[in-house]
Design a protein around this ligand. Structure first.
Ligand code: LMR
Length: 398
């Protein structure tokens, strides 16, 4: 059946990793996929996770299925992280949480759930957004709309454009937003801007869908969730896809959650029943290991404290590499001012490097950067930073 069918294009992000693996250049650097690397260039298993895994191996006596929505203890811990332990959303039982295969699984289950009841709705994404967002929601059947977000001229948010567009989004449509550490730009809304967005959502009656994949990589686990708390306080329906890939380093364990927040506990019960159907018809029930390990950390005060420290360590190292990149380019006499890179948040820097420069760096220096100029700052290390700065300086002068 395939002889008349054209090959699909390589994935914008994971396709780069495949090409990187096949590259024989010993100096190669992967600044593509959003995976944390330590100073040695390794993606470590967090110490808190190792400790929880040891307990799991010793004490686990069955590999029987998890419930369709995963471990109840995990779901309760996810809610505490998303809303704060004392949140009214939790005490009022307004949130239904399912453990999912990563943040991507959460987005897809949420997309299926919404599409079942809102097949005519448009799903709105920021310009730009994570390369997989449009694919996930269009595969689930949604039409996609774009709202302004990044302004290349100011290297900040085009808030007026965003506000104008979201004020005109019809009631019943869905608006996907990044809670913190916007992927790919690293540029976030201020507190005051979030207040205005929440007010528009309430006023216009569209449904917020929050993608929360980088909790802890902005300022802290607590302050990074400010926007989630604001939507929770508004008492409206909204969705949160969260991920432990980055903050727990559980990339290949596919450990995430979908949380559906409703105005009342009664509605939340209905949401949960349909959430189970969406999961059952997708993958039946989630993989267990990553979720159980994370849950082991979240239930143990000592391991929890260790986790908070390990997240801070990753956050600080990334910030240091931002500064090293800015300083390294300036030291090489690059004319353009790259100081904005130090202000961006999270794993990524929207570097402003053109697609031509990105292609040149790959061809000539085996430095892999996502088209559009997104750099995974966490891929920079003390060992490769000089090589990368040299290469970018040459490319910009070429
Ligand atoms: C990224 O944006 O690089 C990560 O979220 C990994 C992925 O799946 O694309």
């Amino acid at each position: 059946m395939w002889k008349d069918i054209q090959e699909a294009p390589a994935d914008a992000i994971l396709g780069l990793t495949e090409a990187f693996k096949n590259d024989t250049n010993p100096d190669k650097v992967n600044l593509g996929v959003g995976v944390y690397k330590d100073e040695q260039g390794l993606t470590p298993v967090l110490k808190c996770i190792k400790a929880a895994e040891r307990v799991l191996v010793d004490e686990q006596d069955s590999k029987g299925y998890l419930p369709m929505t995963g471990s109840p203890s995990y779901a309760a811990n996810v809610q505490k992280l998303l809303f704060g332990a004392e949140s009214e959303v939790i005490s009022s039982r307004r949130a239904a949480t399912a453990q999912t295969p990563g943040g991507t699984g959460a987005l897809r289950v949420g997309a299926d759930l919404l599409n079942k009841f809102k097949p005519e709705a448009t799903l709105w994404v920021s310009t730009p957004t994570w390369a997989n967002h449009k694919g996930i929601f269009s595969s689930a059947g949604f039409k996609i709309g774009d709202y302004p977000y990044y302004n290349p001229a100011t290297r900040g948010v085009d808030f007026d454009g965003m506000l104008e567009c979201l004020s005109a989004v019809p009631t019943g449509d869905i608006v996907l937003m990044h809670v913190c550490c916007h992927n790919p730009t690293g540029v976030d809304l201020t507190d005051d801007q979030w207040d205005q967005i929440v007010a528009i959502a309430v006023d216009k009656g569209w449904t917020p869908f929050l993608d929360f994949a980088y909790q802890g990589f902005g300022d802290s686990l607590e302050s990074d969730r400010d926007a989630v708390e604001k939507f929770a306080a508004a008492g409206i329906d909204f969705y949160v896809a969260s991920s432990f890939s980055k903050n727990f380093g559980l990339y290949n364990e596919r450990t995430g959650a979908l949380t559906v927040v409703s105005p009342t506990a009664e509605e939340s019960k209905v949401a949960m029943s349909h959430l189970k159907v969406a999961i059952r018809t997708n993958y039946s029930n989630p993989p267990a290991h990553g979720g159980l390990a994370a849950d082991g950390v979240l239930n143990d005060p000592t391991l929890y404290a260790q986790w908070v420290d390990e997240v801070a360590e990753m956050r600080v190292r990334i910030k240091e590499m931002r500064q090293a990149l800015v300083d390294g380019l300036a030291a090489r006499g690059v004319e353009q001012d790259f100081s904005f890179i130090a202000e961006q948040r999270g794993m990524f820097s929207f570097s402003g490097l053109s697609d031509e420069v990105v292609a040149w760096l790959k061809e000539n220096k085996a430095i892999y950067i996502v088209k559009g100029g997104r750099i995974n700052v966490a891929g920079l290390t003390p060992s490769n930073i000089d090589y990368v700065c040299d290469a970018i300086a040459v490319a910009l002068k070429a």
